[in-house]
Write a protein that binds this ligand. Structure first.
Ligand code: FMN
Length: 191
């Protein structure tokens, strides 16, 4: 039995630390998991006209359909995000909004999630993570309670080769991914 996890990265930057952290996390999943980064930069800005039954002949962007199907086919979602102006970057909020409609078929619903935030400063994207959890609280997504993963001073945690430069951080993230994988397994067996 294999489990599928979609990993969403809250940054579009080519050299993003969030993406580097996400790539490390992907490699930490147990053997019975397939984890993939799902790109969100190509998604058109969310517009409810596409989903509004009152709007005559709405044309849903193909990117929305693909994204929603990918999320719905996932056994779990891992968010790895940076912080923009004390909240989540717009690309990630856009993806969350797209997955949140239509009301009768919310892609996020009942999918276990994990959250990792980072920042170049000391606070590890605390406010971003709390804002992300606020948005996700609307979708009934089971989550790993503890630990919360705030990675501060990310440039010091990631080496030139893109892997973790600090062993204790690597271990911390690995432990979190193991806990998240356990949650995903438990949740699917209970469905
Ligand atoms: C528009 C913008 C807003 C930012 N706001 C914050 C912030 O509120 N808190 C913070 O810790 N860092 C903030 N930063 C700095 C980011 O933490 C830093 O650019 C980081 O490298 C972005 O993550 P990434 O490397 O994954 O792209 C901001 C950066 C940008 C470009």
């Amino acid at each position: 039995m294999t489990y599928t996890v979609s990993v969403l990265v809250g940054s579009l930057r080519a050299q993003s630390y969030a993406r580097k952290i996400a790539k490390n996390a992907v490699a930490m999943f147990p053997e019975d998991f397939t984890a993939n980064i799902v790109e969100i930069g190509q998604l058109p800005l969310y517009n409810f006209d596409y989903d509004d039954p009152q709007v005559p002949e709405p044309t849903l962007p193909e990117e929305y359909t693909q994204f929603r199907e990918t999320i719905k086919a996932s056994d779990g979602i891992l968010f790895v995000t940076s912080e923009n102006n004390r909240t989540i970057p717009a690309c990630l909020k856009n993806a969350i909004d797209i997955g949140s409609k239509p009301n009768h078929d919310v892609a996020w619903k009942n999918r276990p999630c994990g959250v990792i935030s980072h920042s170049v400063g000391r606070m590890g994207g605390y406010s971003s993570q709390k804002n992300l959890r606020l948005a996700l609280s609307y979708f009934d997504m089971p989550t790993v309670g503890q630990p919360e993963v705030f990675l501060g001073k990310s440039p010091e945690l990631i080496g030139e080769d893109g892997t973790f430069a600090v062993a204790s951080t690597e271990e911390f993230v690995r432990d979190y991914i193991t806990r998240f994988a356990d949650l995903v397994r438990t949740h699917r067996s209970a469905r």
